[in-house]
Design a protein around this ligand. Sequence first.
Ligand code: SF4
Length: 502
Amino acid sequence: MSQCNSIKPQESNGSLSYLHQDKMQWRDTANKRYNKADKENTTLLIGGLTILQDKLMMASLQSLGEKYIALPNPDFDSFRKGKIYGNRGQCNPTYFTVGNLVKYLQDLRAETGMSSQEIVDKYAYVTAGGCGPCRFGMYITEYRKALKDAGFDGFRVFSFQHNEGIFQAEDGEGESLKFSPMFFITLIKAVIIGDIINLLTYKMRPYEVVKGATDEAVAECYEIIADAFKEHRNLTYAMYKCRKVLEKVDLDRLQPKAKVMIMGEFWAAMTEGEGNYNLHRFLESEGAECIPQPIINRLMLTIWEAEYIDNKVADLEVDESVKRFDFTHAKGKLNMALARVAIKFYFNLYAKAIGLNDYDVPDIEKLSKLSRVYYPLDAEGGEGHLEVAHLLESIKHKLAHLVISVKPFGCMPSSAVSDGIQPLITARYPSANFLSIETSGEGAANFYSRVQMALFKAKQAAKEEFDVLKIPEHIPARVNDYKFQPRHGATGTAARLVESIS
Ligand code: SF4
């Protein structure tokens, strides 16, 4: 990558100045050795998913005997640091996540009195990488550039390839941090459990009788799961114990609330903080119920993309006489198929144990069939065809009163490709209530105002759907049991519950 380093940012007492330097070619540097001694002396930093998932990842990976710390949730200050030290023209997940690491290290330096070199020697960052057609492929370099300019030259950033499954190639001659299959299995279990608890949280919190009761119960669930990871206890049983905790939250679910599906670019839609102006909490405060996009959707898409490309390559005309059995290729295929089966198995197992009964792991092949008329499946990057598929699925199966597609400012796959296609879908399905909205890290008032306008229509739809129903005189107790989740019927939770008991 070539880069102009002629202006170097300098922060001092909260103010910013720029040092002009000679232009020079950017050279990406390899990580320093990571050997047995490093394992004992290095703290590995992770982060970038939902608040619960970051904490669960930390607890689960600590169970493997290494020191992991989850970074705090990125905020506007992280974004500001990302803008100061990052390249121009990046997408805002880069600014938030890169800036968050810089901010953490600067705070660490200020609080502990450690020198920058000590921090470089004692800490490293672990993240997902990958060769993407969008800016995702450049993230590692962005981390290194920002860290260097912030005074942490040589800070180690290790990445595992998000599209290479659990048997990853080693970097160099065993000098890099090794990501064992156990690392991935543990990580994926933490992500799946986090997804399940998050899905339940969003189903329960809008209907809680005592404000804050759901968050308190979820905090207790986190302790149960974290202990189970650390003490290598049965996770299914731990999820069952969480069921008992969640059952204590009093709910009043016969309130007609607009159901809002939040999808879009992976990070912007998933993050729970200033990265999307706290969209989920904002919607709940405005009287809505959110349907979040679990991380496993992205995992399943990654597996589907790998298999899709593989099948396309296999279809290419090859001279039969030169065709040979390729062991590495066969292992890769098996790897992907096993990952797909394992994710489904563990998701269903843990979901049953805690009482999530109406959510299925997405069938990406089915979704691709739904969207391929509109979206060329060969166009990779970001969420690929999923954004278009989610909107179509929501319209056809009446999943939500409003679908919000959140994307960082200037995101290529989401803003430029998917959003170029969505108007055709909304023109063909005029009943769709769809809002595509960008998060630039600034301009919250405009963001909230647009969400409120779309939500107004959604709330009306939820109320109308509920008002035409006849409420039975006797309301069975199961209506307010979070585990009672009828799969079919009206869109809104309240209306669907009334239909199911009438
Ligand atoms: S999908 Fe969009 S926001 Fe995400 S890394 Fe790619 S360009 Fe950036």
